[in-house]
Write a protein that binds this ligand. Structure first.
Ligand SMILES: NC(=O)c1ccc[n+]([C@@H]2O[C@H](COP(=O)([O-])OP(=O)(O)OC[C@H]3O[C@@H](n4cnc5c(N)ncnc54)[C@H](OP(=O)(O)O)[C@@H]3O)[C@@H](O)[C@H]2O)c1
Length: 331
């Protein structure tokens, strides 16, 4: 971690490159009669489960603690934005971010753990000059309490933002000390929300304890159509405690796309407004009542367009969600 901090210092100093429903047979014949248009959440009908719609039709979810509406699709930056100062890659990631902005994306999530990603975000955001479009979320990731304080300041400089919307403790590392610091910053109005992250199913028991006892606004955890363990305890707990939930690894790091994209979508996918696998997989994630947004990561403009498609149209209700899982189980 020391090496990473040194690298971040270098990036900050050398900001040379920073410009500082109703299903079709035969597949679902058995269940077709059980599903109806009421089994999906429609943008033109009052929506439950914290779903609401922006005036331009984008799907949003309410952050429980504040009532603020957040677009259900955000963007992750692990690996995809860790491109250093390569001019060709910086240009390409600027185009990815431009596509994200153009289609009304919301949260951008990063971390000091992601190499140059925060610096690259600062560069690309600077190029596009629309920082206000971003719900800026990053993390503290260090076992040292003092380095955690420094990381907050470093991240502000790297991103080029005055204030973060959300600061999270990455992977529960030294969470007691960092949480205390982040909550103090929130009390002073220097950050708006505080959260804690995990992934890959790690330390769920500890996370549940924190959710029960600490005044956090957000949790971030792994949730996708295959990795559904969090449905048992953590997601119901988030609903009970009014904690917003960010779903990381919605494609299981890209594996789900590789596994399924050569297959046909089910006949009834259009009924829940899914035109491709990206929309199918992301709508599964964000249609869970406890999930506030998903943060797929991509290095490609074309993929960003596909991902942003999940911000539109209806969401599957419970019966469709069950059919989505059942369909994948048969592939
Ligand atoms: N502990 C933590 O706090 C934690 C842990 C893990 C992740 N996260 C956050 O969550 C974010 C998302 O997780 P992730 O990056 O691990 O995995 P992910 O979003 O599930 O998958 C990313 C992969 O999917 C591919 N992809 C994206 N859109 C696609 C599309 N439309 N069609 C085909 N392939 C597509 C990307 O490749 P292309 O570049 O080719 O599109 C990339 O390889 C991270 O970036 C990070 O911000 C946080």
């Amino acid at each position: 971690m020391a090496a990473i901090n040194t690298q971040r210092r270098r990036l900050i100093k050398g900001v040379g490159f920073l410009a500082l429903s109703s299903l079709s047979p035969p597949l679902l014949a058995a269940s077709a009669n059980a599903l109806s248009p009421e089994d999906r959440v429609s943008p033109i009908q009052p929506a439950g489960d914290g779903v609401a719609y922006f005036p331009d039709g984008r799907l949003g979810k309410v952050i429980p603690r504040s009532g603020e509406l957040l677009p259900v699709i955000g963007m992750g930056t692990w690996r995809t934005f860790n491109v250093g100062d390569n001019p060709r890659l910086l240009k390409s990631r600027t185009q990815v971010l431009k596509a994200f902005y153009a289609q009304g994306g919301g949260m951008i999530d990063s971390s000091p753990m992601y190499g140059s990603a925060e610096a690259v975000l600062g560069h690309t955001m600077g190029r596009l000059k629309q920082r206000e479009k971003v719900f800026a979320a990053t993390k503290v990731w260090t076992s040292s309490t003092q380095q955690g304080v420094e990381q907050v300041e470093d991240s502000k400089q790297l991103w080029g933002v005055q204030r973060f919307d959300l600061f999270q403790v990455h992977n529960l590392v030294n969470w007691q000390a960092h949480l205390q610091h982040l909550l103090a910053l929130k009390a002073k109005g220097e950050i708006r929300y505080v959260g804690i992250t995990t992934s890959h199913g790690r330390r769920h028991h500890d996370l549940a304890d924190i959710m029960k006892t600490q005044p956090i606004d957000f949790v971030q955890l792994t949730y996708n159509i295959v990795d559904r363990e969090v449905e048992d305890v953590l997601l119901p707990l988030a609903l009970e405690k009014d904690i917003a939930v960010i779903a990381n690894r919605p494609y299981q790091g890209g594996q789900l796309m590789r596994r399924y994209q050569s297959h046909e979508l089910p006949h009834w996918a259009a009924e829940i407004d899914c035109r491709n696998w990206a929309e199918f997989l992301l709508k599964y994630v964000v249609s869970h009542p406890a999930i506030t947004c998903a943060i797929p990561a991509t290095s490609q403009v074309e993929h960003m367009h596909e991902n942003m498609g999940a911000l539109r149209g209806s969401l599957p209700g419970e019966n469709y969600r069950n059919e989505m899982v059942a369909y994948l189980n048969k592939l």
